[in-house]
Design a protein around this ligand. Structure first.
Ligand SMILES: Cc1ncc(COP(=O)(O)O)c(C=O)c1O
Length: 374
């Protein structure tokens, strides 16, 4: 009998989120609302659809393995050399490539926890140790929802090859500020790579939340991860990128690239999306406006939602999380529960969020002082 490597056998089975069409059919409603994957609610921009249509005529050919046009467009956009960039089949694939490129068996990868759920899985598949540093309360007496940078620094030892700082953090939406992050980066040993995972950077509104690319400059052991899946609206096409101060870091990541894994459609769409940045920025403003409305509506209901700098909000529901998520699903709203901790809810279109809020009113007992349940 064949058997998978122990590290792989021990991984939890992948549980995909509910598909809204399946859920709607199951519970007998016309449509369900999906607020589970931090996608934007807008369809792709017309220029992006046109670029995909044009590229569709060439799909008998392999894509450009070096993503030359996309790399050049990114290099110009961010003021870096093409050699400082690596593109990948989604930022998640770049996380995997980082583990492959930097983590020998017996080394470790450190990150806050809870954070992006793929970090520990990718570390373990690479045969590395996943070192989880618990989040701490961002507010006195509040839930643990914020990076503990001192704790993360203390967790780094001789075996630590990669540290992820997810800023803003998925799933809590909280962000670390400039001075604290700069001090942290200055204190990390030079042979440990710090990856600032900025999948949600475009939704940041607090000017004190740093742009990782600024902090990367002059720090050879820092890299920044971004994606076209969220603000740029290309989740279905799978394209992300890494920028590194030291071209050797980007080169190591490029060496672990699965050949041709960024499709020609994805490359064309990403180039067109970059060229449409003003429209993308307008959409981000709409998301941020809706984030403020959703946050206020939840706080009015007595839910202590942390200030989010991303396109989702975090409801620290503790032991009630799984039950509330199941009750919401029964009312045709799909969210992302982390059992025992909290519920992550993507900022949707206003009408979708209204469906969510009405369902939540139906599910939650009103907190003292909160309006009575509808
Ligand atoms: C923090 C973070 N990093 C990386 C990713 C991966 O994004 P993608 O693979 O879609 O580019 C996600 C996706 O949810 C994320 O939340």
């Amino acid at each position: 009998m064949v058997s998978a490597r122990p590290a792989v056998a021990a991984l939890p089975a992948y549980r995909p989120g509910r598909n809204p069409a399946d859920l709607a059919r199951e519970i007998g409603v016309e449509r369900a609302v999906k607020l589970a994957s931090n996608e934007v609610a807008f369809p792709p921009l017309p220029a992006v659809v046109q670029a995909i249509a044009a590229a569709a005529g060439e799909t008998n050919r392999y894509p450009d393995n070096g993503a030359t046009l996309l790399t050049a467009a990114l290099a110009e956009r961010y003021g870096v050399e093409p050699g400082q960039l690596a593109t990948g089949c989604g930022a998640v694939m770049l996380c995997q490539q980082l583990a492959q490129a930097f983590n020998d068996p017996g080394t470790s990868m450190a990150f806050a926890w809870r954070s992006f759920e793929m970090y520990p899985l990718l570390a373990e598949v690479a045969g590395a140790r996943a070192v989880r540093v618990p989040l701490v309360p961002g507010q006195d007496g509040g839930p643990a929802d914020t990076h503990d940078l001192d704790g993360l620094l203390a967790a780094i030892d001789d075996t630590t090859r990669v540290v992820f700082v997810c800023n803003p953090n998925n799933p809590t939406g909280t962000a670390v500020r400039r001075a604290a992050l700069a001090d942290f980066l200055d204190a990390v040993p030079a042979d440990t790579l710090v990856v600032l995972d900025e999948a949600y950077r475009e939704f940041v509104t607090d000017p004190d939340v740093p742009d990782g690319i600024e902090l990367m400059r002059g720090r050879a052991n820092v890299a920044v991860l971004r994606t076209f899946s969220k603000a740029w609206g290309l989740a279905g096409l799978r394209v992300g990128y890494l920028l590194a101060e030291d071209p050797a870091v980007a080169e190591a990541v490029r060496k672990t690239h699965v050949p041709f894994s960024v499709s020609s459609l994805a490359q064309a769409a990403a180039v067109a999306a970059l060229a449409s940045e003003p429209e993308v920025r307008e959409r981000c403003v709409a998301v941020v406006t809706e984030r403020a409305r959703l946050t206020a509506a939840l706080r009015e209901r007595g839910v202590p939602v942390a200030e989010s700098q991303a396109n989702f909000v975090w409801l620290p529901l503790g032991e009630r999380t799984a039950e509330v998520a199941a009750e919401l699903e029964a009312r045709a709203v799909i969210t992302r529960p982390f059992a025992g901790e909290g519920l992550r809810v993507t900022v949707g279109a206003p009408a979708e969020d209204d469906v969510f809020l009405a369902a939540l009113d139906d599910v939650l007992d009103p907190a003292p002082g909160a309006p009575a349940r509808a």
